[in-house]
Structures are given as structure tokens and as C-alpha cells.
Design a protein around this ligand. Structure first.
Ligand SMILES: Cc1ncc(C[n+]2csc(CCOP(=O)(O)OP(=O)(O)O)c2C)c(N)n1
Ligand SMILES: [Mg+2]
Length: 771
């Protein structure tokens, strides 16, 4: 790494000031100058930005290499925009439109911001942890020969100190320790303030212990050079300083020099007299604000010293709102300077009125060349990177043979066949699971492809010649990343691997498995993965009360509703193995398609009789969300509508009822999610003159306008009951509304009304109403 010349330190300090000014001004402009049509507060976080402008100046204009990737603390978004503004890669227009439609986003967004954003942030903690999994993906790609050493980089997270309360961070570092992660810099903006107030002192010196025990190097950047030198000369003062609580420190930073003096006089007395004489009040305040995270020399030295690949936690002491009038005030999180305060800052920065947006305004002629040189030299990407889509040929995926199968077993067999067949897609699949690899039927695939480990891991049981169906050895050629039981980590791993095309230019096809109910455990991380447009296949199995004897704690109820409300994730719930094969093929296609998305497959362990197919006409409908498994007569008065593992009950009821209900149809729904999207999109389209009815409108218009629908699903009945709203047909919804319990399938289906009797009763009720 290049060591900066001494003049660079001054230029970096100037850039620190520029970033503090531009971030404050961007927020001020959006709140006080841009016209507001609706009177809503626009907001923004001037204090959170000021807290880390020095850190970000040192990072972006000195330490970062071209392959390094950064997750920026959400509330420092404006600083990132200011950096790109100085680099010429962010427009003034986008800054003027900060938090407006199409403008610079409030929190860094991969998909919506025009500047290159490596990781979206917003929900605190997640941006931190994804860097760890991205680093693991980098190691995976290198080991598999897809990434040259020269293209490897470091993964940096800029972290608010209150963010450290998020448990997902610790789940991640525990997983990271198992996988020997490296090339990570996590930099804490240790301003000792959260949103509500100053943060608790109790955790001080605990965080570093936690990280060290997970194999991290911890570097504390507590003092700036000047403060360090002053305190070294006055040990009593240093000892006193280090006893101050977070709240006391922040109070003094807010109150300023006179308060420091009074406090030192009162508590140290004569012993501090000589020290106090050296400084007037202003100099005293400046000295005590010289914390490590604001001192450019300290930051540059700290970053330069960490030149290996050991994961490193920097604890950079800072003051929230540094250099702003509300520095240190406990209520400053969302604090905004008023116009008078802003004008004072502008004057102090040497920025002329009306010149606020000039990138290098107020920088003297002597300093300017040094600053410009640093900006030129910054190695980070100015442009968004290409996303690497459309690079892989997706083969036909045939349905596994067998008259009776469960979708979960079929999933395992499809993967096994893919593995045996080999080829580009199979080589690019990376599977992962939080300790449910075997029980979600990934076992055969793992036997074929092995576990991924950076260094070889022998299968000790196999070496001891103990019989086992499951091989369990790891190597750097393995294709399964085994995780501990932490579902949030699963989704972050899928997010990182699902961004491999974006981050590393190589598309992977990540498949994650878990039990359906435990999606809820990692929901925010799943949403986070989708928010960034990461592409993966999530296989959730088993699901519903169909799990039988396992009982209520394992029987999922609401995931189809979660999927219905989750952008970026397509839900499919197949009943039959051939549907599943088609859906997996489609899911792989969607992973590699610029306008694709991720897929969630909800599967079951129930083995059911497969249906005879006359032809392939079901396939298109199944991929679009549903098809007539038993065609209705034109204008039929009723249909059974069913999804997934309860299809045998629906078919049996159809057989029984069709004598009494002429023309009765059976609609197999494979994706309420797609049907609903299609329906709303068609409605919106009609306002723009498009006439094409949606798939569900076409399906249901085969029935009479007043037809009755009995809907059946092993999940919340609301997953399908909305279908009545499409054409105004009547619905009797069957499904699970109470927690599950242990029991045989017959007992549970009877108790929860998913059986033939329930369908017959519901049909009678709805036809009577019609009559
Ligand atoms: C998961 C989540 N919960 C709550 C919030 C709301 N929130 C935003 S910032 C913040 C506190 C931030 O404090 P810190 O991380 O120390 O950052 P600072 O602004 O002090 O640099 C909170 C609670 C959030 N963004 N994400
Ligand atoms: Mg903080």
C-alpha cells in the first residue's frame, strides 16, 4: 500500500471538512431550501454523518483499493454521496433531490442509487454481517478458480456503535470463525450515542473481548495524536479522563471548553493547574475532541498497519455531530441545524454564499492541488459494475420418475441428477443450510459435491469405517456451505452468494434449505437479500400441518402470506414432482435474468400419487400460478381450488362431488403470489389502455360469474380466499388458522378441516347460498 506523503494528511483533513460540509448541506438543502409540497419532514442525519467524515475520508481517499467493497452505516449515506460528488460520479441534481423521488436515497441502495453502492443498508446490523458472507463467497470463488488473486479485495463495514446491539452480528462472527473468514475490516464509529441517548457504559471493553475470542484483531483508535501526547504528559488527567462515563463525556463535548476547565478544576484541582494554563477554553475543547476517529494521522496509521488479511475490528472513538453546534448532545440523532447555524458553519468552512454546491469551494490555492491529486488517485469504482447476467445455459430439468413421491424427495433427486449429469449449471450451484442439510434432502447432493472448506476436512467417521449414508468431508472444491443453526446467517449467505455476479462478475446459483416455519427467524435478512436484488433459490421444507406427528412448533402456517407480501421473491408451491422440476428450471432461469427474481419453493414430505399427464399444457399455467387440473364445464357453478400437498384430498372430493355439481372444476394453484401480482398488474394496465386479462382472470372466467369456490390450502386460508375478489365469485376458504399439533395426517386433516368432509360441507354451503 502506498504510504501518503505528509502533505496528503493535510489534503485528507481538507477532504474530511468537505465531506462534513457537503453532507450537512445536502441534508439542509432538502429540509430547508427545496420546496416542500406536502409539509412532511424530509429528515437526514447531520450528526451521524459528521461523526464519520474523517473515517470515510481516510478510507476512500487513502486506504481503499479498487477491489474493496464497503457497507456504509445507513445514516452516513450523504457522506458516501458527497464522496462520489467529489469524484465526479454523483450529480448535483441527485444531491439536490436527496430523499426525493429518483434522487440520492436516504440510505445507500444498490438498486436505486446511481452511484456504485456495494451493499444496501438501512436495517442496522445486516449491512455489517453481509460483508462477512461476501468475503466467504470471495474465498469460495477463488478456491473454485473463478476469481483471480489480483481481483480479490477487502470487505469493509462502517458501523454505528449502537448497531453492535444487533444479535445478527454475533451470529455472523461465530459462523465466520468456523469458516476462517478473512479480509474484513469492521470500523466502529464509536460515538457512544444511539438514537435515543448516550449508550450504556456496561458494554465498554466487552465488545473487543467478544471479537477477539472469535479470532479477530481489535484495534482501538481512542486518542488523536495531540490528545494522546497531552494525556501522556499528564497521567493524572488521563486516569481521570478514562473514568468519564459516556453520558459525562458527551455532555462535556456539548458544553465546550469552559465546562471542561471547571470540571477538571473541581475534580483534579492543583495537579491540573499547569495543564490548564497551556490552553484557553477554545483550545481545551479542541484538544478533548481530538479522538482517534477524528484524527487523520491516527486513522491513516491504523489502516496502514492492518496490511494483512486478519479480520480486524477498529474501534474509532468519535463525537456524534463533530464540528456541528449539537456535537455530543444526546438528542442530536435526527437533529438538523437551523439556517443561522448552517450559515455559521458555511462561514467557518470558507464557503461563499451561493457557492454551497461547488465541490472544492473554500479550499485555498495552495491546498487545492494536493486535494485534487488525492481525488484523482482514489482507487474506488466511479461507475456501477456490470451485473453478469445471462451467462449460463440452463438445461431442461426432467421430472424424477415414480408414481408416488413427495416434493421434498423429488427436490433431492433432481439435485442429485443435476450433479451426476454435470455441466456449467451444476458446477455453479452452491448449496447452504443451517444444520438441516440432511433433513431437507440435500444429503445426496452433498455426497456428490462435498462440503466447502478452505482447508481439507476429513470425514473421520468414514475413515473409521463406520457405516453412514452421508459423506461429511470438506475441501476447497466443495459446493455446500454448511452453516450452524442461525437462519439469519442463511439469508445473509444467500444474499452474498446471490450477489456474486454483481460483486465478482461470476454468477452463482445459490440454493438454501430450511424448515418452512423457521423462515420467520430470518425474515429481516430475507427481506434484506431481496431488497438488494440478490438472486437465489430458497427451498423451505417440510411445511404445514402435513408434517403430522412433528407437531405445532414445526408446522408452518403463514409463509405463503409472507411470500405474497415480499417483493423480489416468487413463491411456488408444487403438488407434483413434474411441477417442481419445471419450477426449479424456472428458478434457475430467473437467477440469471436481469429482470428475474429469487424463488421460494414451499415443499412437503407427504408422498402422494402423481397425476397422469396427457400433454404438457399444464406446464405454462403451473409456472404462471395455476392451471385446471380438472377442467370445468363452461359456466360451471363451482370449482375446488387447491394448492400443494392437499391435492389428493381435493382430487378425491372432486371425484365425489362431480356427480352432484355438474361441470365442477379443480383448479391447482401453484403460486398465489404470481396470480395476485398478475391481477393487480392487469388492473393497473387497463388504466393505460391494455386489455389483456390476467392469468387468474382468464382461469376464473371459465366459471359462471356467480360461481362458488372452495379453496383448500395447508396454510393460512387467506392465501387463497382473496380469489373471490377477482371476479366477485363466492368463496368458502379452508385452511389452517390455529397452531398445529401432533397427530396422524387423517386426524389432523379432520381436526383442521382440510379433508373430504370439510370440502363437501363447504361446497354445500356455498351452493346453497348461490341457490
Ligand atoms: C433494525 C433497525 N432498528 C432500528 C432502526 C432505527 N435506528 C436508526 S439509527 C439507530 C441508532 C443508531 O445509532 P448508531 O448505530 O450508534 O449510529 P450513529 O448515528 O450514532 O452513528 C436506530 C435505532 C434501524 N435503522 N434498524
Ligand atoms: Mg452511535
Amino acid at each position: 500500500m502506498l504510504k501518503p506523503a505528509t502533505t496528503d494528511i493535510d489534503a485528507l483533513k481538507t477532504l474530511d471538512d468537505r465531506l462534513r460540509w457537503l453532507s450537512a448541506w445536502t441534508i439542509h438543502h432538502a429540509n430547508h431550501i427545496r420546496e416542500s409540497a406536502d409539509g412532511l419532514k424530509v429528515g437526514g442525519h447531520q450528526a451521524s454523518c459528521a461523526s464519520m467524515t474523517a473515517i470515510m475520508a481516510a478510507l476512500y481517499f487513502h486506504a481503499l483499493g479498487e477491489n474493496d467493497r464497503v457497507a456504509v452505516k445507513p445514516h452516513a449515506g450523504p457522506v458516501l454521496h458527497a464522496i462520489h460528488y467529489l469524484l465526479g460520479s454523483q450529480s448535483r441534481e441527485a444531491l439536490e433531490n436527496f430523499r426525493g423521488l429518483g434522487g440520492a436515497q436516504s440510505y445507500p441502495s444498490r438498486t436505486k442509487d446511481k452511484i456504485p453502492v456495494d451493499f444496501s443498508t438501512g436495517s442496522v446490523g445486516l449491512g455489517v454481517a453481509i460483508t462477512l458472507f461476501a468475503s466467504l463467497v470471495q474465498d469460495y470463488l477463488t478456491a473454485h478458480g473463478w476469481l483471480d488473486d489480483k481481483d480479490r479485495g477487502r470487505f469493509v463495514a462502517l458501523i454505528g456503535d449502537a448497531e453492535l446491539d444487533e444479535g445478527n452480528i454475533y451470529e455472523a462472527i461465530i459462523e465466520g470463525a468456523k469458516h476462517d473468514v478473512r479480509n474484513l475490516w469492521w470500523i466502529i464509529d464509536y460515538n457512544r450515542q444511539s438514537l435515543d441517548a448516550t449508550s450504556a457504559d456496561r458494554m465498554f471493553e466487552r465488545f473487543d473481548e467478544i471479537f477477539r475470542s472469535c479470532g479477530w484483531r481489535v484495534v482501538e483508535l481512542r486518542y488523536g495524536k495531540r490528545l494522546q501526547a497531552a494525556l501522556d504528559k499528564h497521567p493524572t488527567l488521563k486516569a481521570w479522563f478514562e473514568t468519564l462515563s459516556n453520558a459525562e463525556l458527551s455532555t462535556l463535548h456539548y458544553q465546550g471548553g469552559a465546562a471542561w476547565r471547571a470540571r477538571i478544576e473541581a475534580e483534579i484541582g492543583k495537579k491540573a493547574a499547569a495543564f490548564l494554563k497551556e490552553y484557553d477554553d477554545e483550545a481545551l475543547a479542541a484538544l478533548f475532541t481530538d479522538l482517534g476517529g477524528h484524527c487523520m494521522e491516527t486513522l491513516v496509521d491504523g489502516f496502514d498497519a492492518a496490511d494483512d488479511d486478519v479480520p480486524t475490528l477498529f474501534i474509532a472513538w468519535t463525537i456524534k455531530g463533530f464540528g456541528l453546534p449539537f456535537a455530543g448532545h444526546k438528542d442530536n440523532h435526527a437533529g438538523l441545524m437551523n439556517p443561522t447555524q448552517l450559515a455559521a458553519l458555511r462561514d467557518a468552512m470558507g464557503v461563499g454564499e451561493g457557492q454551497e454546491w461547488e465541490p472544492l469551494e473554500g479550499i485555498g490555492d495552495n491546498a487545492r492541488p494536493g486535494v485534487e491529486a488525492l481525488i484523482d488517485r482514489a482507487r474506488i469504482a466511479r461507475e456501477k459494475r456490470a451485473r453478469a447476467f445471462g451467462t449460463v445455459i440452463i438445461p431442461e430439468i426432467p421430472a424424477p420418475a415414480g408414481d408416488e413421491q413427495s416434493t421434498q424427495a423429488a427436490f433431492g433427486r433432481i439435485l442429485l441428477e443435476l450433479s451426476k449429469g454435470g455441466g456449467d449449471l451444476a458446477d455453479r450451484i452452491v448449496t447452504t443450510s443451517p444444520d438441516v442439510t440432511v433433513s431437507t434432502n440435500l444429503g445426496a447432493w452433498v455426497n456428490q459435491r462435498g462440503l466447502f472448506r478452505r482447508s481439507d476436512m476429513p470425514d473421520i467417521f468414514a475413515q473409521a469405517k463406520i457405516a453412514s449414508a452421508q459423506k461429511w468431508s470438506g475441501s476447497n472444491k466443495g459446493q455446500h456451505v454448511e452453516l450452524g443453526i442461525a437462519e439469519s446467517n442463511l439469508f445473509l449467505m444467500l444474499a452474498a452468494a446471490g450477489l456474486s455476479g454483481d460483486l465478482f462478475g461470476t454468477r452463482l446459483f445459490p440454493i438454501g434449505t430450511l424448515y418452512d416455519p423457521f423462515i420467520a427467524r430470518g425474515l429481516d435478512s430475507l427481506n434484506y437479500a431481496c431488497y438488494q436484488d440478490a438472486r437465489f433459490l430458497l427451498v423451505a421444507t417440510p411445511s404445514g400441518i402435513t408434517l403430522g406427528p412433528e407437531g405445532g412448533a414445526h408446522q408452518s402456517i403463514n409463509p405463503p402470506l409472507i411470500a405474497l407480501g415480499q417483493p423480489g421473491l416468487r413463491h411456488y408451491e408444487p403438488a407434483y414432482a413434474d411441477e417442481l422440476a419445471a419450477m426449479m428450471q424456472e428458478a434457475f432461469r430467473l437467477i440469471d435474468d436481469p429482470v428475474g427474481e429469487s424463488t421460494y419453493l414451499r415443499l412437503s414430505t407427504r408422498s402422494i400419487q402423481q397425476v397422469e399427464r396427457g400433454d404438457d399444457s399444464w406446464r405454462e399455467g403451473a409456472l404462471a400460478g395455476g392451471y385446471w387440473l380438472r377442467e370445468p364445464a363452461a359456466n360451471a357453478e363451482a370449482a375446488i381450488v387447491a394448492m400443494g400437498a392437499v391435492m389428493p384430498e381435493a382430487l378425491a372430493a372432486w371425484e365425489e362431488l362431480r356427480q352432484d355439481v355438474p361441470g365442477l372444476g379443480l383448479l391447482a394453484v401453484t403460486s398465489p403470489d404470481l396470480l395476485h401480482r398478475g391481477w393487480t398488474a392487469a388492473q393497473a394496465g387497463r388504466w393505460q389502455g391494455e386489455r389483456k386479462p390476467s392469468h387468474i382472470e382468464q382461469l376464473l372466467s371459465r366459471l359462471s360469474p356467480g360461481a362458488g369456490l372452495v379453496t383448500l390450502v395447508d396454510a393460512a386460508p387467506a392465501s387463497l380466499s382473496w380469489l373471490g375478489g377477482v371476479l366477485g365469485q363466492r368463496v368458502a376458504p379452508l385452511g389452517v388458522e390455529k397452531f398445529g399439533q401432533t397427530g396422524s395426517l387423517a386426524d389432523l386433516y379432520a381436526t383442521y378441516r382440510l379433508d373430504g368432509d370439510a370440502i363437501t360441507e363447504a361446497m354445500a354451503e356455498i351452493l346453497l347460498q348461490n341457490g
